[in-house]
Design a protein around this ligand. Structure first.
Ligand code: FAD
Length: 510
């Protein structure tokens, strides 16, 4: 029996797990995908917003500002890239000036520090590439950039290092309230029926016996049913469906698509601040921002959809990004695009974050659209307090370890540090991904660390191997070889991103 089961290993579930792992609790995180951070957390702008955007008095506003204040310390403890680069909301003319003044006033009410309205000249001094027509800007020095998926990986990893358990490929498909606890069954199990012979066999693994072998990482057990006294629904875009499983039909979530273009690191100095356009009736507009890894990100579009799995990019979306970005910043080298992608915002039916408890011991954390990445650390604290209010006992662990050793980035090390790393482990002397200078030592560390990289995309998100100009064209076979060796699985079992994405069908030659 777990004290707390968290459904969803995005940045919100991960941050909550990390927060709770500081206490003497038995915690599990249930994730339907083959890795953590695979929902909205994987595809967003990566901005730790200052907090002037959300309506004053809303949960979004409160948790955004708190999260923004917490982010620097947390990223330091978790070894996640973070940079306080500041943001500019730029305006062209009187109407935009009025909107900027409103944002400024809202920011002050929300408690955002150091906020200033500046004129076009000062804005161009800060950011020389801005369009000539910029007449004013809202300058927020406390805005920052962070790597969202690394934050989720590190938060879950730190929670695991402190005793939390992660169950991957576990899609909560059935929830039943029992006397003083909840029983959660995985979707495959709820279709086949809990208690079936196949299920009983899987259940054995929960008791510490050998797993059935269905896992892509044989040493990870795969129970299909868990029981917990408290359940937190942090299932992102599917949080409405998970709430329904627990008998709560009050939440509706639809996907709002956001497409992006990512530019090569060669263009990394195009802007140093995050540049937003003044919001209009058409939405917040296209932003241009550096990423913590030195690329430039342009986007996102904002289009309401219905399909919660539709992450395709469209010609129309990418054309819109290109046109709008050029209005804001001069000379964006849009021919240096290395990839495009789409993220799905979990747009809820209230306009605010939906954090509530429809029944004793069950908490919804739903509708966590932007600024959910920024707010995640504060959401963790908020939900922890809610659970305590419902009777969860919180006794601080004496041996809690808040820090996590990051996968060491060889490319950022000095020559002396590199030599020392190679002296300690020769695998750091073998560069596998040439575009991003990622060594075998880093890849092996990512496979061995909590939560382990189990497939090619997992390695990518933890080390940046395959994220450069060639997008894995060169290094993918070497990564597959290392995965096969480290995980003790055959080449045919290596996947790009979990079951069903095997990259090798069969041997063509002996
Ligand atoms: C285009 C875009 C831009 C954004 N930009 C920013 C930004 O710059 N700054 C900012 O602060 N925020 C931003 N956000 C918002 C931010 O990305 C989200 O608020 C945040 O990632 C939400 O995290 P989450 O953990 O709630 O959801 P997710 O990351 O979606 O995680 C939910 C997890 O639950 C799992 N799951 C779902 N159903 C089940 C089930 N039945 N059983 C088990 N697991 C399940 C999913 O697989 C997923 O891993 C942006 C979002 C988008 C889409």
């Amino acid at each position: 029996m777990y004290d707390v089961a968290i459904i969803g290993a995005g940045v919100v579930g991960g941050m909550l797990a990390r927060t709770l792992a500081a206490y003497d609790l038995k915690i599990c995180i249930l994730e339907k995908e083959s890795d953590v951070g695979m929902g909205a957390t994987r595809a967003n702008s990566g901005i730790a917003h200052a907090g002037y955007d959300a309506e004053e008095g809303s949960l979004k506003a409160k948790l955004n500002v708190q999260g923004s204040r917490m982010m620097e310390q947390i990223t330091k403890e978790l070894g996640v890239p973070y940079r306080r680069n500041g943001s500019l909301v730029i305006g062209f003319g009187d109407e935009d000036r009025e909107s900027i003044e409103k944002l400024y006033a809202r920011g002050l009410k929300n408690g955002v520090e150091e906020l200033r309205v500046i004129d076009g000249e000062e804005a161009r001094r800060l950011e020389p590439g801005l369009a000539d027509g910029v007449t004013c800007a809202l300058y927020a020095p406390t805005a920052a950039i962070v790597c969202p998926y690394e934050l989720a990986v590190a938060a879950v990893g730190n929670a695991m290092d402190n005793g939390a358990e992660l169950l991957l490929d576990f899609e909560a498909g059935h929830i039943e309230k029992k006397e003083g606890y909840y029983e959660i069954c995985a979707a495959a199990c709820s279709q086949g029926g809990c208690g079936s012979p196949a299920e009983a066999e899987r259940e054995d693994s929960l008791q510490g016996k050998e797993p059935s072998g269905a896992s892509a990482f044989p040493q990870m057990p795969q129970p299909r049913k868990v029981c917990a006294r408290y359940v937190v629904n942090a299932a992102g875009i599917y949080a409405d469906e998970v709430a329904k499983l627990a008998g709560d039909g009050s939440i509706q979530i639809h996907p709002r698509r956001g497409e992006y273009l990512l530019l090569d690191r060669e263009c990394g100095d195009v802007v140093s601040h995050t540049i937003f356009r003044t919001p209009s009736k058409k939405g917040k507009g296209i932003l241009i921002t550096p990423t913590v890894d030195g690329n430039i990100l342009v986007g996102p579009t904002s289009v309401d959809g219905e399909d919660k799995e539709d992450k395709a990019t469209t010609q129309q979306g990418l054309a819109e990004i290109t046109a709008r970005a050029r209005e804001n910043v001069k000379d964006i080298p849009l021919r240096k695009v290395i990839t495009s992608f789409t993220g799905l915002r979990a747009a809820g039916n209230t306009g605010d974050f939906i954090i509530n408890s429809p029944s004793q011991g069950f908490v919804n954390v739903a509708g966590i659209e932007s600024p959910g990445l920024t707010a995640a650390p504060a959401i963790g604290e908020y939900v922890k307090d809610m659970l305590a209010g419902q009777g969860l006992e919180l006794r601080r662990k004496p041996d809690y370890q808040p820090c996590r050793r990051p996968v060491y980035a060889f490319r950022n090390a000095s020559v002396e540090e590199k030599n020392e790393m190679i002296r300690r482990d020769r695998a750091y002397g073998r560069v596998v991904c040439r575009c991003e200078t990622v060594t075998e030592g880093e890849i092996v560390a990512a496979i061995r660390q909590n939560p382990p990289a189990r497939d090619l995309d997992g390695i990518k998100r933890r080390t940046r191997a395959q994220m450069g100009r060639c997008q894995g064209g060169f290094c993918m076979p070497y990564l597959a070889e290392i995965l096969s060796r480290e995980m003790g699985i055959s080449y045919e079992e290596i996947t790009k991103s979990g079951r069903g994405s095997e990259i090798n069908v069969c041997k063509t030659k002996e």
